[in-house]
Design a protein around this ligand. Structure first.
Ligand SMILES: NC(=O)c1ccc[n+]([C@@H]2O[C@H](COP(=O)([O-])OP(=O)(O)OC[C@H]3O[C@@H](n4cnc5c(N)ncnc54)[C@H](O)[C@@H]3O)[C@@H](O)[C@H]2O)c1
Length: 253
């Protein structure tokens, strides 16, 4: 078996949310495996990992001009992207649907859904030009099952799941693959925020979320990054429109 860590050598990859916990682990692993990586995140968020093959860019994924400009700059600097990883996302406030506000709704849909769509919209023409590309969209276990605490988040992640399948259908003919990835509860800031916001308290929240999983623990960011690496690499060349669930078995039971 070949263990040379160059599974995406020579490819240009964009990772949004690249300064977040899962985005930064993904950016670092893609860079380690030979990709030239553009880490895109909102201005002001400090860079998380430094690697000679990771270049930082500011973007607001909810703003089309910002997205277009960032992708233009990345393409000029590193070449048109072969890989797009849409990891930018927010969870929003906890609470039932009737307690949420219109600004809550607009913000979470703008970041989690419009952001994925805008990035796709502006990256795909370059991929069509190359006749190849791999897009990996971050959904969640919350895009597969419902739940009481964050209904709008579930709604956005469900939308990302089906945008991915629909784009897979539309772009397969151009050699572009689109897949979604569905992390379970991860050891990240986002999950700690949800635990703190939960009305049952962090300890009971974690117990409820992972306590009865086949693998009863939270996942670590690298365990997601390896899934992205597979979908980004040519090893997954026959995989499109699929959903890669990495959740310790949460959705299996
Ligand atoms: N952490 C988990 O347990 C978990 C589980 C399932 C799915 N996910 C999903 O994985 C992805 C990454 O999660 P994470 O844990 O790394 O979260 P994180 O909060 O650590 O990182 C998210 C990043 O997105 C960036 N971002 C937010 N709004 C943006 C915008 N408008 N433009 C550009 N960047 C923006 C943030 O600045 C942040 O760096 C998210 O889509 C999240 O919904 C996370």
């Amino acid at each position: 078996m070949n263990h040379t860590p160059h599974r995406v050598a020579g490819k240009t990859a964009i990772v949004t949310g690249g300064r977040g916990d899962l985005g930064s682990a993904t950016a670092a692993l893609l860079a380690h495996h030979g990709a030239k990586v553009a880490s895109l995140d909102v201005a002001g968020v400090p860079a998380a990992v430094s690697h000679e093959s990771i270049k930082e860019y500011d973007v607001d994924v909810t703003n089309e001009d910002s997205v277009a400009e960032a992708i233009h700059r990345v393409s000029d600097d590193l070449g048109a992207p072969d890989i797009l990883v849409n990891a930018a996302g927010i969870i929003g406030p906890a609470g039932a649907s009737h307690t949420a506000s219109v600004p809550d709704f607009d913000l979470i849909f703008n970041v989690n859904v419009k952001g994925v769509w805008l990035m796709t919209k502006h990256v795909v023409p370059g991929m069509i030009g190359k006749g190849a590309g791999s897009i990996i969209n971050f959904s969640s276990i919350h895009g597969i099952t419902g739940g009481r605490n964050v209904p709008l988040y579930h709604a956005t992640k469900g939308a990302v799941r089906l945008l991915s399948k629909s784009d897979a259908a539309a772009y397969g003919a151009y050699g572009i693959r689109v897949n979604s990835i569905h992390p379970g509860s991860m050891n990240t800031r986002m999950s700690r925020r949800s635990a703190e916001q939960s009305d049952i308290g962090p300890e009971a929240y974690y117990k409820q979320l992972v306590g009865s999983n086949p693998l009863p623990r939270q996942g670590e960011p690298n365990e997601i990054a390896y899934g992205v690496l597979y979908l980004a690499s040519d090893e997954s060349r026959f995989t499109t429109g699929s959903e890669l669930v990495i959740d310790g078995g949460y959705t299996a039971i």
